[in-house]
Design a protein around this ligand. Structure first.
Ligand SMILES: [Zn+2]
Length: 82
């Protein structure tokens, strides 16, 4: 067993995430983590990582709080530092 073979903790390299605000209960929940690995392209206006792509008609996301599914647009993604 290789003592250096332990998997890295993913949370150690995560500094921020994209969140959505539920259209039903207004709870913020995570859409995706942003891993600042030095290679992610930055948005020239906000200097944050570029937003993930959304389908043209929006993305259906289940709220983990109220369990309702709403359709979100890309502009509704919010950047949150951890
Ligand atoms: Zn909700």
């Amino acid at each position: 067993m290789d003592q250096y073979g332990a998997p890295r903790n993913r949370s150690e390299i995560s500094y921020a995430r994209w969140v959505l605000e539920c259209a039903g209960c207004a709870t913020e929940f995570a859409h995706s983590d942003i891993h600042d690995d030095g290679y992610s392209p930055l948005d020239p206006f906000t200097l944050t990582s570029t937003k993930p792509e959304f389908p043209k008609d929006g993305l259906s996301v289940l709220c983990p709080n109220c369990k309702n599914t709403f359709v979100y647009q890309r502009y509704q993604l919010l950047y949150r530092e951890l």
